[in-house]
Design a protein around this ligand. Sequence first.
Ligand SMILES: Cc1ncc(C[n+]2csc(CCOP(=O)(O)OP(=O)(O)O)c2C)c(N)n1
Ligand SMILES: [Mg+2]
Length: 355
Amino acid sequence: MTQLKKQVASTLPANISLDWLRSAYSHMVLIRAFDKKVVALQRTGQMRTYPSCLGQEAIGVGIGLALQDNDVFVPYYRDQATLFLRGVSLTQIMQVWGGDERGHLFEGAARRDLPLCIPIATQMTHAAGVAIALKSRAEHQACLVTCGDGATSKGDFSEALNLAGLWQLPMVCVINNNQWAISVPLHKQTACQTLAQKAVAAGMEGVQIDGNDVAEVYQAVDRALTKARQGKGPTLIEAVSYRLSDHTTADDATRYRDLEQVNNAWEREPVKRLQSLLHAHQGWSPEQENALLESVRKQVDDAVTAYLSIPPQPADEFLKYQFAEMTTPLALQISWQHERFPEHETSDSNGVQKS
Ligand SMILES: Cc1ncc(C[n+]2csc(CCOP(=O)(O)OP(=O)(O)O)c2C)c(N)n1
Ligand SMILES: [Mg+2]
């Protein structure tokens, strides 16, 4: 198991500039402030169940900075930072967790990315499918999929990895090993010494990295993506971190884990660590910190204002997108819904809201 560094390295990571680190730090601070705000919205009844990414900022930002626009990102539900760096707005991310699927109308670099996946590990097989398409079209781009440590126990995980290894697919899988699958600790999840070694059975390269070190995440993911784009096969990356938050806002982690363990994990948390590294190299001043916090506060507040002002999705929307053509049973359900709840907003059969 990687010994996560508590202290700041005295030298800068190779081939990483202070400017790069400052930019990564700014993204991480933004995501942390955003995450805190979304939890507060949930606590005040303005957000649905939300999975915090507290402590996972280095993984999300490292991946987001390594992906290229034409790569395909297949996320799971704790990927707020990567989604943001793909061009998905903070408002859209809140929309998704507020139960409004219109948040999934990704554009820009994320236009080919898949929606957030809630069923554990099913995104692995979707990613293998995407990677087959990229390879057969000779697109020279890669597909990157993420999952949690718990997901590695699922059949979908092994099946997708097996296929990726066998067909040498342009696929990179990053496991966010945050040590917990809700209340199940890693040592009750697997007898493997590391999750990276699951790559061996699939015939692919596996690496374990420190998921609290954004430069290490970026460099490992960048290397794996470059390899995949060059047709040199898939990579499994285990990014070791710690889930500092509850599993979701519906969970209370104090019921199943020691405060001492959590306190120890806080000493290695990624944002403070990067800030200390910048300070150690005279790369960050109190004025820069204050300016960043002010700009982050404004970005988050503006995104929340925009989110809260979005008109609700028409109530019949969730019945509209399952088939290309409306089926008779679904059409009947929609008309019953209109009869029963005439006060609800409705939409026409193309999903356009009627006034
Ligand atoms: C197929 C399936 N089974 C069970 C669940 C319930 N569930 C939600 S999150 C979770 C734990 C996942 O843990 P991990 O893969 O480590 O990801 P993390 O939440 O820690 O990031 C489970 C079992 C689910 N969403 N989907
Ligand atoms: Mg986990």
